[in-house]
Design a protein around this ligand. Structure first.
Ligand SMILES: O=P(O)(O)OC[C@H]1O[C@](O)(COP(=O)(O)O)[C@@H](O)[C@@H]1O
Ligand SMILES: [Mg+2]
Ligand SMILES: [Mg+2]
Length: 333
């Protein structure tokens, strides 16, 4: 194992990556500090009265857990006091929050992903995405409306049996594990690569009756296994925390889907473009996988709202491409 800390790693990358400015490095470090504090709060759990609901709803009408609120405040306070963001936006807040007018970066985050896992002591995560602000002066809402392809950094922290930071600067995907004894994220895996094929899928199958035909066809074929046209058996996993599911896929391959469904036709999907789909799409592509809505690459979607929802299909390239081809094949619909 290396003894390379996140700070050392970023200083080293500054020598080779022109877009990794000292300000961007500092912003990434500030996010990692907030995530260490979130990790500590999660670790204390019931002992620090951290479990349960906060008694409020977020902008999307979802009940906020205490830890959703605590994580949001920790991230916001740490980053705003660091002075490297022009503005930030969070899944848990209605509007963007302005930062330093002289700063050059915009930060987006899902402070606590997989909220329904908090009270059962299962894995949760934080997801973040960094965009460049391309003009001087105060940030505006429109500055955030950039395709995912323009992200300069994306990552997540998985709070599982160990706390891991998974990061891309647009040059591959690297993994850091929090050493609690010394309080540092240490580099533990480099240049992740997702196998092109898989026999593992992740989807909330309680929504089966609401799916569109291409998704039904794909999942039916996986379930038919050796007896169907796929000629091999598939396994199914569902962590109920996107960070956990994506971490598994980055580690050993697989496909993760939260497709459009007709349960509530007014919703374009369950997951959010800016806080979940874009950062995860960048990580997956950087590790050689594919990320699609079924109809176009996630990273090419031009956003129109901070809290926009979107269908997501992410993971092993050949499986994602197969499901995308079913969306184009009239026989599926
Ligand atoms: O409740 P379901 O349908 O299993 O949905 C689980 C999905 O919802 C999410 O928890 C949504 O994220 P939040 O917890 O940040 O709202 C994903 O992490 C996860 O993949
Ligand atoms: Mg989430
Ligand atoms: Mg969340």
């Amino acid at each position: 194992m290396s003894n390379i800390t996140l700070n050392q790693y970023l200083l080293d990358r500054q020598q080779r990556l022109a877009h990794l400015t000292p300000d961007l490095t500092q912003l990434i470090v500030q996010v990692s500090i907030a995530c260490k504090a979130i990790s500590a709060a999660l670790h204390k759990g019931a002992l620090a009265n951290m479990l349960g609901s906060a008694g409020s709803d977020n902008v999307q009408g979802e009940v906020q857990k205490k830890l959703d609120v605590v994580s949001n405040v920790l991230l916001m306070d740490t980053v705003l006091s660091g002075g490297k963001v022009a503005a930030l936006a969070s899944e848990e807040m209605d509007e963007m929050i302005a930062g330093n007018d002289d700063a050059k970066y915009l930060l987006l985050f899902d402070p606590l992903d997989g909220s329904s896992n908090i009270d059962i002591n299962m894995s949760v995560g934080t997801i973040f995405s960094i965009l460049q602000q391309d003009h001087a002066g105060a940030a505006r809402f429109e500055d955030f409306m950039q395709e995912g392809r323009k992200q300069v950094t994306a990552g997540y922290v998985l709070y599982g049996p160990s706390t891991m930071l998974v990061l891309t600067l647009g040059d591959g995907v690297d993994v850091f594990t929090l050493d609690r004894d010394v309080g540092e994220f240490i580099l533990t895996a480099e240049r992740l690569s997702i196998p092109e094929d898989t026999q593992e899928f992740a989807i909330n199958s309680s929504n089966t009756r609401h799916w569109e035909a291409p998704v039904k066809r794909y999942i039916d074929e996986c379930i038919a296994g050796k007896t169907g046209i796929r000629g091999k058996d598939f396994n199914m996993r569902w962590v109920a925390c996107m960070v956990g599911d994506i971490h598994r896929i980055l580690t050993r391959g697989g496909i993760f889907m939260y497709p459009y469904d007709l349960k509530d036709p007014s919703k374009a999907g369950r997951l959010r473009l800016m806080y979940e789909a874009n950062p995860m799409g960048m990580l997956i592509e950087q590790a050689g996988g594919a990320a699609s809505t079924g109809r176009q690459p996630i990273l090419d979607v031009k956003p129109n709202d901070l809290h926009q929802r979107i269908p997501v299909i992410l993971g092993s390239k050949n499986e994602v491409e197969r499901l995308v081809s079913y969306h184009q094949d009239p026989a599926s619909v």
